[in-house]
Design a protein around this ligand. Structure first.
Ligand code: SF4
Ligand code: SF4
Length: 366
């Protein structure tokens, strides 16, 4: 059984050396966009400081975020930081059940100062969904949030409601930040979020006892500060007007731009092109599928149909049109709402749907 008392012991258990660990800290420093000398500080903190206890709650979800965080052909240091140390309560993976599990959670809550991670949307429209022991999801979340040092919403469902909140949103699903106030909340958006980003966030919290800089959707800038389109390996093809026109055509085989196949990379902020997935081997656009905008708010309603191009960029294939997009982005950035203003380019098309959702939201609040 893994000794979870220290990171040192957990690394040794998995056959990882201190050298591996230092390389990991160096990579984290780069990912977090911190100065190089911060690597030593992160290493010292992760190595010596006790990890903050973590309570991990799940509400309306598919457990895909947990799968993404923990599944791998071999354990990475990121996963060890996330899973083997200090995870006091996690409904999907903990061995304890029933009263024993509940007592572990209650004890952690009594002591306070833990990191609360939440996966899944919160059904505020019905008490029945996610009810445990006669207590609603809202009760359980508020109880756990009260003494948390900070809350991490893991995945788009916990951040913004996501698929459970998609029109017509039968359970009144919302994100954690719609229910909880008075505690710092960071939104690790994505469907699922990338485990390397989550590990970097936890490392930042352990080292500095603070959350990193965030955008206006509470997403950390180190992971969501750049637009997919600006770092995409197919970007040169976009600029040159070389587009995939049909799945499996010559352009697809040659790695051309997927914009006409519905890629939402021009409206999505996430570091997927650089951090990549599956032990950094590839990422969705690299593998030949367009980005569906999974780190954006209400992407399930606003980025669909997934295989149709973004309406306002419908005629892009010349320098002139690209310039107009650049101006469009500049205006959005100046307004401080870059990602969402670009995302809102499709709002006109879906306005009636959004208005219906807004009305539903107002109805719920009354
Ligand atoms: S539209 Fe998509 S595939 Fe094309 S360059 Fe932008 S992000 Fe890459
Ligand atoms: S490429 Fe787009 S859809 Fe895919 S994981 Fe990244 S943000 Fe989500």
């Amino acid at each position: 059984m893994t000794d979870t008392s220290s990171l040192q012991a957990a690394l040794a258990h998995h056959g990882l050396t201190r050298r591996d660990f230092l390389k990991f800290c160096s990579a984290l420093t780069t990912l977090l966009a911190l100065p190089g000398n911060a690597a030593a500080q992160i290493a010292a903190s992760l190595w010596r400081k006790p990890k903050p206890p973590v309570v991990y709650l799940e509400f309306q979800d598919c457990a895909g975020c947990t799968e993404s965080l923990l599944r791998s052909p071999s354990p990475t240091i990121a996963q060890i930081v996330l899973s083997d140390v200090s995870l006091n309560y996690h409904e999907t993976i903990m061995a304890a059940a029933g009263k024993q599990a509940e007592e572990a959670k209650q004890q952690t809550i009594r002591e306070g100062g833990y990191l609360l991670m939440v996966e899944g949307s919160i059904p505020v429209g019905t008490r029945a969904a996610c009810c445990i022991g006669g207590r609603s999801a809202v009760d359980l979340l508020k109880e756990a949030a009260a003494k948390a040092a900070a809350i991490v919403s893991v995945g788009n469902c916990a951040c913004f409601g996501n698929i459970p909140a998609a029109d017509p949103n039968p359970t009144g699903a919302v994100g954690v930040w719609d229910v909880v106030s008075g505690v710092s909340i960071v939104n690790m958006a994505g469907c699922p979020p990338n485990p390397a980003n989550l590990a970097a966030l936890v490392a930042h919290f352990i080292t500095f006892r603070d959350l990193p800089k965030m955008d206006n959707l509470n997403r950390p800038l180190f992971a969501y500060g750049g637009r997919i389109h600006d770092y995409c390996e197919r970007r040169a093809h976009f600029d040159a007007g070389r587009y995939v026109e049909a799945w499996g055509d010559e352009g697809h085989r040659l790695g051309w731009c997927l914009y006409k196949m519905g890629c939402k990379g021009p409206a999505t902020f996430h570091n997927c092109p650089s951090i990549r997935w599956n032990l950094a081997t590839s990422w969705p656009v690299g593998a030949g599928h367009g980005c569906v905008g999974c780190s954006e708010i209400r992407f399930w309603d606003r980025m669909t149909p997934f295989y149709e191009r973004l309406p306002e960029a419908a005629v892009i294939h010349t320098k002139v049109d690209l310039n107009s997009i650049a101006k469009w982005m500049a205006v959005a950035s100046a307004a401080g709402v870059a990602g969402h203003a670009v995302g809102s380019s499709i709002r006109g098309k879906l306005r009636s749907r959004d208005e219906r959702k807004k009305q539903q939201g107002e109805t719920r609040e009354k």
